[in-house]
Design a protein around this ligand. Sequence first.
Ligand SMILES: [Zn+2]
Length: 255
Amino acid sequence: MFSAMRKLTLHNLPVLEFPSLALPGLIHCVTTKAGGVSLGVCQGLNLGHGHDRPEAVSQNLELLRRALGLERLVWARQVHGVQIMAVNGRETAPVAEADGLATDRPGVGLLIKQADCQAVVLAAPERGVIANLHVGWRGNVANMPAVGVRFLKERYGVEPGELWAAVSPSLGPCCAEFVNHASELPPEWGVYAVRPDHFDLWQVTWDQLTAAGVPPQRIETSGICTKCNPNFYSYRREGATGRFGTVVALTGEAA
Ligand SMILES: [Zn+2]
């Protein structure tokens, strides 16, 4: 389930990658605070517009795009919903209010911005189709991972068994505290309580992906908790802060 994410440097930008997503036809990374030009509470490679100068965010996004060698980076205005949008890279970002992006176009980087929420990458590089989902606890309650798997089947004809899935650094069971869980979380999530008021959202996503038909041996969870690890922006730790990101793109090389 867990695996050690690999550190690598792309054109001077330190990032992490999922070993299981190092596949022909695919490029991806998870950013940290390292690199970038933002100052103050967003110090580093902040990708979110909430608490930073727009020019700094634009520069950071451009650094990330160039590091990955992509034509375009595409992102949505994330609203903790289950809307998924298929993009071709010619849209102006943010493309819409949505919490999932999908594409079959090479060179288009699908970016999910995060500060404790999960990014869930779904990839079928042999079929030339990818998606990236923003999954906070509300997304888990709405079973966004399964919505994403279904979207790729309906829109692109990709079977769940053809998918690879990866779950980014995000709030771990150590820190996923929900004092109002009785009103916020489904009662059947009692099985995910690791101690009073603390829930294992990584396991929730794992179970939602496998129930949707993604092969268990093709699912990788980073196991990195963003509240515990100061290399990441964390809403729970820092409040007003920046956003790191998870990006996936097709390279257009024959897989
Ligand atoms: Zn933690």
